[in-house]
Design a binder for this molecule. Sequence first.
Ligand code: P6P
Length: 337
Amino acid sequence: MPYTRITLTHFLLQEQRRLGGSGSFTALMTDIIFACKMISHEVNRGALAGNLGVAGSENVQGEEQKKLDVLANDIFLHMNALGGSYAGMASEELEDVHAVHGAADGKYLLLFDPLDGSSNIDVNISVGSIFSILKLPDGANPHQEGAFLQPGVKQVAAGYALYGSSTMMVLTTGNGVNGFTLDNNVGMFLLTHPNMTIPAETKEFAINASRARFWEPPVRRYVEECQAGKDGPRGKDFNMRWVASMVAEVHRILCRGGVFLYPADSENIKKGGKLRLMYEANPMAFIVEQAGGAATSGRGRTMEVQPTSLHQRVPVILGSKAEVERIDAYHAEYDGK
Ligand code: P6P
């Protein structure tokens, strides 16, 4: 049987030739690939490397930082500055944009959540890195927040690394979604999940049910109809999942369908929601839409939100298109539209 697997780097080169690119896009991804391999190594070493536990600091979100949050952030900043592709970066872990001085080919901006779901680290549940790539607008200052405040439809690429039972990288450049698995023996990501597509229908929903007392009526209606099972209005039984790691939830949805909800509720609406627009909701929305799914706030397409601040939070409902459209319709009915 001839060996036919292709590496992520070869895949990017093929994409580049197909798109007639100059080569800078492959360079863009090279540094991210290195960063995710290094983070995978540190995550997998866990307690053996003294990587578990808290760092004794808080991030801009006021969240307690884990040692691996800080290490993953440092790795992302350092590795992605070396290649010279990014004129500026923004991280969930940093209040302000991170200026990249002397970026030889600084046409792009990189936004990332270096270790999403890190509350799961100490209990060995999957975590991930999420990244979003924007072009630097002509004449914009990459060292100021304004250059980054572009709607999700402006993303040139988005992806995540999932540090799970295997380490995977899932990527879109606007031409579908492809998944790559890290072969630790040779240190390369190999194409294992070409053209990932989300099934339109599903029997799984993911929501943090401990927040039910805060839910708006359309969300409550959707969840209760799923819970009613085959004897209820949906006419089929559903399963509920909640990993508290968005990367793991989105990956499950890409693989077997489902819908993920972190909606606006009476408690989080004061902050605009829980999840961050620029480096969680937008990159995941790009991936989900490219895989045939949908991503909204319940009241509008995620990727059309015009950002007003770097760490802005938004409600997130994403996954199988038919389910997201149903939840949106319940919101519209509730709002009297
Ligand atoms: P809760 C992780 O902190 C995160 O940003 C997402 O990865 C995850 O889906 C969500 O928050 C979990 O939130 O309220 O269940 O802890």
